[in-house]
Design a protein around this ligand. Structure first.
Ligand code: FES
Length: 222
């Protein structure tokens, strides 16, 4: 069976318990949410009832509640647990939100692909990142450039590519991890994580410089 790459899509710190976010991955919208007990879910951003965006809803315990008619869908399998207008009626098993493979590792939330036929390999074999503890999230910037261009530029800046979406800093940026997410064809999100809390601001400044240089095509080394 073919396998797919895990994609890092969001720093864990940006999704607190009971938070719901809309995220673009390769131009497709998904809803990313965290249950009250802390379980992360990535689902198609469409209610199976009348196709309203689930990212407009809210979390109640381990369920995501649709904003329109209040149907509730369970974490883990997306099954419908409750239809408020018909409290006595059990929802048919076929009414389910579409859940995608998800994992959380080393300060990031990882997405396992849109195709249920293709199973992602174990995450640890793909990321090859040294584990950092504690993890300090420095920030994220949206860059209006394709992911290949961003990847090439980070290598030009001497960030070492340790896996397709992960880069490790050197010298003054030692132990800084830069992670790229393919947001859309011509849009890439760049995130920074690191072990030292005191240099978070410096890493954030660097993200802004990288964005400016890429968008203005000024490829001078930082
Ligand atoms: S559209 Fe979501 S519950 Fe009706």
């Amino acid at each position: 069976m073919m396998s797919v790459q895990w994609l890092p899509i969001l720093p864990s710190e940006l999704l607190q318990n009971t938070e719901v976010l809309k995220v673009l991955i390769n131009g497709k919208e998904v809803v990313v949410w965290r249950s009250a007990l802390g379980h992360v879910q990535i689902w198609e951003n469409r209610c199976p009832h009348r196709s309203v965006r689930l990212s407009l809803g809210h979390v109640d315990g381990e369920n995501l509640v649709c904003a329109y008619h209040g149907w509730e869908f369970a974490a883990q399998d997306g099954s419908c647990q409750k239809i408020p207008a018909q409290p006595e009626q059990r929802a048919p098993k076929s009414v389910c939100s579409k859940a995608y493979p998800v994992s959380e590792n080393n300060g990031m939330i990882w997405f396992g692909g849109f195709d249920h036929e293709l199973k992602p390999e174990p995450l640890s074999q793909q990321t090859l990142f040294p584990k950092i503890t504690p993890v300090h999230y420095a920030g994220s910037v949206l860059i209006h450039c394709a992911i290949d261009e961003v990847s090439e530029f980070l290598q030009h800046l001497h960030f070492r590519q340790v896996s397709p979406y992960c880069f490790l800093g050197d010298d003054e940026f030692a132990d800084v991890q830069l992670i790229i997410t393919p947001t859309d064809t011509e849009k890439t999100t760049l995130h920074a994580l690191q072990p030292q809390a005191e240099s978070v601001q410096r890493s954030l400044d660097s993200l802004f410089q990288i964005r400016q240089q890429l968008e203005e095509h000024q490829y001078a080394v930082l």
